[in-house]
Design a protein around this ligand. Sequence first.
Ligand code: AFP
Length: 340
Amino acid sequence: MKPVSLTQFLIEEQRRHHVINADLRLLIEVVARACKRIAIAVGRGALGDVLGEAGTGNVQGEAQKKLDVISNEILLEANAWGGHLAACASEEMADPYPVPDAYPRGNYLLLFDPLDGSGNIDVNISVGTIFSVLRCPEGVAHPAEKDFLQPGTAQVAAGYCVYGPSTLLILTTGHGVNVFTLDREPGSFLLTMRDVRIPEDTSEFAINMSNQRHWEAPMQRYIADLLAGKQGPRGRDFNMRWVASMVADVHRILTRGGIFIYPVDAKTREKGGKLRLMYEANPMAFIVEQAGGAATTGHTRILDVLPQKLHQRVPVFLGSKNEVELATRYHRVADQAGLD
Ligand code: AFP
């Protein structure tokens, strides 16, 4: 059978569900094109002189890698002139970036983490790009931060690209999740997995165990029960995986199930957690829910969180539905009992 290209897929989805108009299609295609350029830069590694520190810091106070800066620039440049966007917001930039006055402005807002897991670049482990698309509120010609502060349920599309052994694009527009693989020679994304479903149950968890001593009590109890294995309350052994690139950890879960947790702990409590709501948690939660999984903050559904600021952080529990619900229950029980 002839492979289905991203463009053909988007056109067919529009015929079926009427949710991908020409502007949204252009936006998704432009993001995919930008991701191809990022994939090339990542793939060249030391040959492209793209490894190592940029010598700058981002709005979060984190040291930027050269590829953080390069990926951010590629995404901004690719999206500036098409006429489909009103503004972008990036994990790497303090403020929203409006489409320059020289170009027409469209009706969408694009948010992205240009290179997630960039701490892994120099050791040649998978990294990725995460993106989320919102509608620009009606009548807003010059979008400001407040116009981006929409809950995850308002997303019209979300996706991520994994730069791993293969370059993959994972996409949802609210009708399931589909996976495209980059055919490097012609440079096209081809549909390779339709309507991915995450198994509801799992025996695999992903968490940074080195933070254990900082966790809250419900988190301690939940993980202790998993580690107790066959002899413990769960009655079976659990396996652990942690890549420290959210894209790679989430992609494993999308493929074979699992639970990914980045809880709030004593180290991150002041900031609200480690991962960013608008650039990481919301798009991943949209994708995971569309694949039949669940995503919570440990207390509430991520997609229902009303953002207070662009760079807000949240705790993240996502993956196999039954396991996420169970982990969340440990926290809810503690909330109700007034325990910490
Ligand atoms: P970087 O992009 O700075 O490498 O951060 C990646 C990330 O936000 C997310 O992709 C990982 O799940 C998480 O951080 C890993 O955090 P730890 O380094 O605390 O394990």
